[in-house]
Design a protein around this ligand. Structure first.
Ligand SMILES: CC(=O)N[C@H](C=O)[C@@H](O)[C@H](O)[C@H](O)CO
Ligand SMILES: CC(=O)C(=O)O
Length: 288
């Protein structure tokens, strides 16, 4: 399961319903044009925390149906409703997803024993593997090296999606867990994370910028740091512009500019103003 995974966007229509045709186009664009190694389905970028259980299942089903076995698939099933997480874990496993991932439980201030119980409950309910989804800036959950070590004692927990800027912790994790999979989560730090030896990356901006991500990742692995840095600079000019204009909405507008029916974001995320749509088109023309 090494390599580059797009955190898959989902096309919603203006009423917030899943647009199946648009979703299939986004998937094809990632497989055929961005040429990523896999898709990370129903993560933050899929707007997963704003949709129903049935909608999550529909997205898992459509994605597997479109991809078949062309690329690897990771199903993000995490939920503060553990019963839902287990239901989704079973569903995605039955569909043939190669691994599961679950965000650290959020909103309530769960202690570490509770977090550990959460992961073991989900993954021990199915015949599959688990990748921890750690994203402290959105969840408020910060885990220490020794806590990761305790979670990794369960051999079914095979890795972590590390969406954080703490590169001291990342380095300690790489050294301590040589056999676990570590995925970089922040696309704007891909070069630095690759230098520290991550096994792969999972990113929202790969929906549009997957080719540059591939170059950064491979050049850095080959030790061609200056070349990789030049591409990271361009990538970060792009990412900075996208973040300033509204992350997911702008990525969708760029996809639309490329002929992909990426639709709208789910409420409470807002629609872009016509000015911001124009900015998105400029970003698309300038960088992609
Ligand atoms: C919350 C979120 O979307 N995180 C993504 C993956 O972890 C990243 O790909 C970022 O979107 C990206 O690096 C821009 O900050
Ligand atoms: C990678 C990411 O942001 C996601 O969870 O979709």
């Amino acid at each position: 399961m090494k390599g580059l995974f797009t955190a898959l966007m989902v096309s919603y229509d203006q009423d917030g319903n899943i647009n199946e045709k648009g979703l299939r186009e986004i998937i094809r664009y990632n497989v055929d044009v961005n040429k990523v190694d896999g898709l990370y389905v129903n993560g933050s970028t899929g707007e997963n925390f704003m949709i129903s259980t049935e909608e999550k299942k529909e997205i898992f089903r459509i994605t597997k149906d479109e991809v078949k076995d062309q690329v690897q698939l990771i199903a993000q099933v995490g939920s503060v409703n553990v019963k839902e997480a287990i239901e989704l874990a079973k569903y995605a496993t039955d569909l043939g997803y190669g691994a599961l991932s679950a965000v650290t439980p959020f909103y309530y201030k769960f202690d570490f024993e509770e977090i550990k119980q959460y992961y073991n409950s989900i993954i021990n309910a199915v015949d599959n593997k688990m990748i921890i989804y750690s994203i402290p800036f959105l969840t408020g959950v910060n885990m220490s090296l020794s806590q990761f070590e305790e979670l990794f004692e369960n051999e079914k927990i095979i890795g972590v999606k590390f969406t954080a800027g703490d590169f001291y912790l990342l380095e300690r994790m790489r050294k301590t867990f040589p056999d676990k999979l570590i995925y970089a989560g922040f696309d704007e730090m891909l070069l630095s994370a690759t230098v520290l030896g991550v096994d792969g990356a999972i990113g929202s901006t790969f929906n549009v910028n997957g080719k540059r991500a591939r170059q950064i990742f491979e050049l850095a692995q080959q030790g061609k740091i200056e070349e990789a840095r030049a591409i990271q600079h361009v990538t970060n000019d792009l990412i900075t512009a996208v973040l300033d204009n509204g992350l997911y909405q702008t990525l969708k507008e760029i996809l639309k500019d490329k002929g992909v029916d990426a639709g709208y974001c789910r409420q409470p995320m807002k629609e872009l103003s016509s000015e911001k749509i124009a900015v998105a088109k400029e970003i698309s023309n300038l960088f992609l």
